[in-house]
Write a protein that binds this ligand. Structure first.
Ligand code: HPA
Length: 251
């Protein structure tokens, strides 16, 4: 089964029919993880808004382990995640998209592995390619199909390096210069440890990254939440259409 993990602003899947909720208890949280089952085109997908239904959970407070374990318990094999990012690559201005290929993890103090207590089975997972190529291609195919039928197609970078910072504050200009030097094409706060935990859980994982601002220092303007929200609102229809296309591919 496919799961969609919703990012900032994505707390429901427009155009999908709700097929009820699952409360998944895991040993990683006191409260069960609530996962919505949603149907599109006869395909049922698991939907998990990582910031919560009310968008009240900031990136550094997300219980990534409970979320991924809950999806695993539900039988999820594939994840298409949506991640808001600040653009660094010249083609990743506000409103553009990317389907990243690589990750640099700058986060600290996050519970980032399932292999903590059960040392007997400790495993150093191979993480050379953090994103599953099959999911990347599904996302890219869906983006291309949506772009083919809309008036103003969205730019979408095939590949790129996602730098993950801890947040919740945005970066300094110097931090973005360092990220750029490191080879980052975009910067976000939620890609890790989500991608690594999915890998540990044996779930194929891919991301649709949505640039909602230029990363710090790359434009003459300071980054405002209002601006981010405007870009976001304008792109939600596209995101929804891409997610519907991805779901359809699971027939
Ligand atoms: N930095 C980190 N995370 C983000 C940004 C950013 O500029 N924009 C949206 N998420």
């Amino acid at each position: 089964m496919l799961a969609i993990i919703g990012g900032t602003g994505l707390s429901k899947l427009d155009g999908f029919k709700s097929r009820g909720r699952e409360q998944c208890s895991t040993r990683f949280s006191a409260e069960p993880v609530v996962i919505e089952l949603c149907e599109f085109d006869g395909v049922t997908v698991a939907f998990l808004p990582r910031h919560g239904k009310a968008q009240a959970v900031p990136p550094h407070k997300i219980n990534y382990r409970a979320n991924i374990r809950a999806l695993k318990q539900l039988g999820v094999t594939d994840i298409a995640a949506v991640n808001a990012v600040g653009g660094i690559h010249k083609n990743l201005g506000p409103g553009a998209f990317a389907v990243p290929e690589q990750i640099i993890d700058y986060t600290a103090n996050r519970q980032s592995t399932f292999f903590e207590e059960d040392i007997a089975t400790v495993t150093h997972i191979d993480f050379t390619y953090p994103y599953a190529e099959c999911i990347r291609q599904q996302i890219l195919n869906s983006v291309a199909a949506v772009n083919a039928v809309i008036e103003r197609p969205r730019a979408c970078l095939d590949g790129g390096v996602y730098g993950c910072t801890s947040g919740p504050r945005l970066e300094t200009a110097a931090e973005i210069i360092r990220c750029t030097r490191d080879g980052c094409d975009m910067v976000g706060m939620t890609g890790m440890p989500e991608a690594a935990l999915a890998k540990e859980a044996g779930i194929e994982y891919g991301s649709l990254a949505f640039s909602v601002n230029w990363a710090a220092g790359l434009s003459t303007e300071l980054i405002t939440l209002d601006e981010i929200h405007t870009v976001f609102e304008a792109g939600m229809e596209f995101v929804t259409a891409v997610l519907q296309g991805i779901a359809s591919a699971y027939h």
